[in-house]
Design a binder for this molecule. Structure first.
Ligand code: R5P
Length: 314
């Protein structure tokens, strides 16, 4: 396997990329990413990729557009260097949130980026917990769409208070994913009626489901500004919830998210490492679960032609 595969990474999440290759018993292949004096990016592939099964790992995290350009230019460089097959490994695909025309004269950017990846040379995509499952269909190439639901559920299953828990979806859009999480945990599900006012503001109405006197685990795909989570905590407290745990796959943690979460009345914040969290954003009550073993297994299966879906059907 070692000889036929090459794995590279961009600058967005080197730690996760390193953990993935370590799981596979491989090393990251070298890439030179630099800037010309006019600020243009330059990427040089420093390994032979001719006819190799090639993977490039990059999360679309801040600075998102720089990381996106790194990825597109690398895809093109790999293709020009005669890579056999190129898989874009995107643990966090941030533009998935721009998945519909919810205002006049806007771009459905999740589809645009999917087209750009194809144009740049990607043959397939491996990603995790897209904001909405239908974004998968924006790609005109094979996509393996992983989920961290089981990884996070396994963590909560080990807690002694598990039987007192209710899983909470922060809005109707997240109900399906939270439902799968509740199913994996074997707990009931509650759903909150949420309206988004702006990029940084949300408001919530009724809780559908019984949360009074219970321990709640809020489950969401991502925490960006944290407005959704903070509003959900308020709603649950009003509804008489006892202890509150927060969990999300992608810890984007922008704006005042960290400051707000530090002060929030929560027992624990459980996230994964799809997005690198700098030390200054980490907090005492935060647990970071690694999705490197899952990503590594999926990469191995893509390489050997085994089923990736079978990973989730056991
Ligand atoms: C929204 O539909 C998503 O599932 C998340 O709830 C949202 O992306 C979180 O954003 P923020 O933390 O800025 O409220």
């Amino acid at each position: 396997m070692k000889d036929k595969m090459r794995i590279f990474c961009g600058n967005s999440n080197r730690e996760l990329s390193q953990a993935i290759v370590s799981e596979l018993g491989l090393k990251l292949s070298p890439l030179k990413i630099s800037r010309f004096s006019n600020d243009n990016l330059s990427v040089q592939v420093l390994d032979n990729v001719r006819d190799r099964d090639t993977f490039f790992i990059q999360s679309l995290t801040t600075p998102v557009n720089l990381h996106l350009m790194e990825m597109l230019i690398t895809m093109d460089a790999l293709r020009s260097a005669s890579a056999g097959r190129i898989t874009a490994v995107i643990p966090y695909y941030s533009y998935a949130r721009s998945d519909k025309k919810d205002a006049p004269r806007i771009s459905i950017t999740a589809r645009l980026i999917a087209d750009l990846l194809k144009t740049a040379g990607a043959d397939r995509v491996l990603t995790m917990d897209l904001h909405s499952a239908q974004v998968h269909g924006f790609f005109s190439m094979p996509v393996d769409h992983l989920t961290a639901v089981q990884t996070i559920a396994a963590y909560f299953s080990a807690k002694p208070e598990k039987d007192e828990m209710v899983v909470v979806a922060t809005d109707a859009g997240g109900a399906k994913r939270a439902g799968l999480f509740a199913q994996a945990l074997d707990t009931p599900l509650a759903i909150i009626d949420k309206r988004r006012i702006s990029d940084t503001e949300v408001t919530q109405g009724e809780v559908v489901g019984n949360v009074a006197g219970k321990d709640a685990v809020i489950f969401d795909d991502e925490i960006a500004t944290g407005s959704t989570i903070i509003e959900t905590i308020k709603t649950l407290k009003k509804a008489g919830t006892r202890r509150i745990y927060v969990s999300a796959v992608h810890p984007v943690l922008c704006g005042s998210a960290v400051a707000n979460l530090k002060d929030a009345e929560i027992e624990e914040l459980v996230v994964t490492n799809t997005v690198a969290i700098p030390e200054e954003k980490q907090m005492e009550k935060m647990t970071i679960l690694s999705i490197a073993p899952l990503m590594a297994e999926a990469i191995k299966r893509i390489h050997t032609g085994e089923s990736v879906g079978a990973l989730f059907s056991q």
